[in-house]
Design a protein around this ligand. Structure first.
Ligand code: NAD
Length: 367
């Protein structure tokens, strides 16, 4: 019987199979081994796993016995030697940024897949870990902003006067940004939005927010729905408009990313200085350099009464739900990979070619 092993991840509050998803695998004839304490950070106990038919085991046993090894980011370089020959390793290893782990995974005696490299296609949607997690993060960013902002979000009319609604500025209307817009609107804020992709204008407006257009954006159909680098002229124009809008905002949420590149710097120091004391910025791009001057990854800094919170992984605040969607994404991915059996993995399909970590041909020749 094929064993699927679930490793405990120490960097994030995520686990690759939650108890609810175990039976989907066992019904398919797999045996599930879960590392002791793997679900702890996301509030799933070892007992819950055992109740649904998984076996709780030590890490070394899981590494040695699993034909399919599931993780989040956590697998040590030295642990790769302990993995069963030819095993599949599935996680999200930040596949666009070179690292020692990525290099080791590419040349390991195993097939490693990084789900952050999935194509943004309709068929891959149910496997898309970036989307699932970004959606949760976008929601949390608004709550964090509302909590840290020293004010009230919806308009309130009382006999003692009317409090105007909070002004929220969202930069980047991708998956996280759209969820942030919807959440801020639900809380009653007035929301303004920037994005370089004109395609999102309609979505932004359908959520009841105002799309602030900057003329001259560069777009490319070849970018697979992602943003591309902008011209100097556009960047300057956009920074000026963002400066004017941010100065009036109570909460600013930035989510702008360009895959494989440093995040664009969109809020300059002069803009932070122009913001009102008591306002809040949530920079959700700090792991790739940040959209905000002065922001720091996994830290909060305060500048002239403006709080700047840097956090790219806000989904970690909702470990049990994040793990639930992550588990379903992984299940859908494996289901796709193994639908014709382990001997017939669709190696030509872009879902596999994008995610499989392997040494490129050129590198092999020059090595
Ligand atoms: P992302 O995290 O790479 O970027 C977030 C947003 O920032 C994007 O909307 C991007 O256009 C924007 N941005 C980048 N540079 C900017 C700048 N200089 N100024 C302002 N905004 C800037 O993107 P994402 O959220 O992962 O999604 C990107 C696209 O992919 C979206 O259209 C999304 O709907 C699509 N998508 C498709 C699928 C699918 O079909 N399977 C799944 C997920 C996302």
């Amino acid at each position: 019987m094929m064993i699927i092993g679930v490793l405990k991840c120490t960097e994030e509050n995520l686990v690759a199979i939650v108890p609810k998803v175990v039976s989907k695998y066992t019904k398919g004839g797999f045996e599930i081994l879960v590392e002791r304490g793997a679900g702890e950070a996301s509030h799933y106990t070892d007992d819950e796993y055992e109740e649904v038919g998984a076996k709780v085991a030590p890490r070394a046993e899981i590494l040695a016995q699993s034909g399919i090894l599931l993780t989040v980011t956590s697998i040590g370089l030295d642990e790769l030697k302990l993995v069963k020959k030819g095993a599949m390793i599935v996680g999200k290893f930040n596949g666009r940024v070179e690292s020692d782990l990525l290099t080791a995974l590419k040349s390991a005696d195993a097939h490693a897949f990084s789900l952050d490299l999935l194509p943004r296609s309709t068929i891959a949607q149910s496997m898309d870990v970036l989307s699932s997690l970004a959606s949760l993060s976008g929601y949390k960013a608004v709550l964090l902003g509302a909590d840290n902002f020293g004010g009230y979000f919806p308009m309130m009319t009382t006999s003692a006067g009317t409090i105007p609604p909070a002004k929220v500025l969202i930069i980047g209307a991708g998956v996280a940004g759209l969820q942030a817009i919807a959440t801020a609107k639900r809380l009653g804020a007035v929301v303004e939005v920037f994005d370089v992709r004109s395609a999102v204008k309609e979505e932004v407006e359908s959520l009841g927010a105002k799309f602030v257009e900057v003329e001259g954006a560069q777009e490319s159909a070849a970018a697979g729905g992602y943003a591309i680098q902008q011209t100097e002229e556009y960047i300057e124009k956009q920074k000026t408009l963002i400066h004017q809008t941010a100065a009036k905002a109570d909460v600013v949420i930035t989510t702008a990313n360009i895959p494989g590149r440093k995040a664009p710097l969109l809020i300059e120091e002069r803009t932070v200085n122009a913001m009102k004391p008591g306002s809040v910025i949530i920079d959700m791009a700090t792991a790739s350099g940040g959209n905000v001057a002065l922001s720091k990854d996994n830290a909060t800094v305060e500048v002239n009464g403006v709080k700047i919170i840097g956090d790219t992984k806000l989904y970690n605040h909702m470990g049990s739900q994040s793990s639930f969607v992550y588990s379903n994404n992984i299940y859908n991915f494996l289901n796709f990979l193994l639908k014709e059996g382990i001997e017939n993995i669709p190696y030509e399909n872009e879902i596999v070619t994008n995610t499989l970590l392997k040494v490129e041909k050129e590198e092999t020749v020059s090595a």
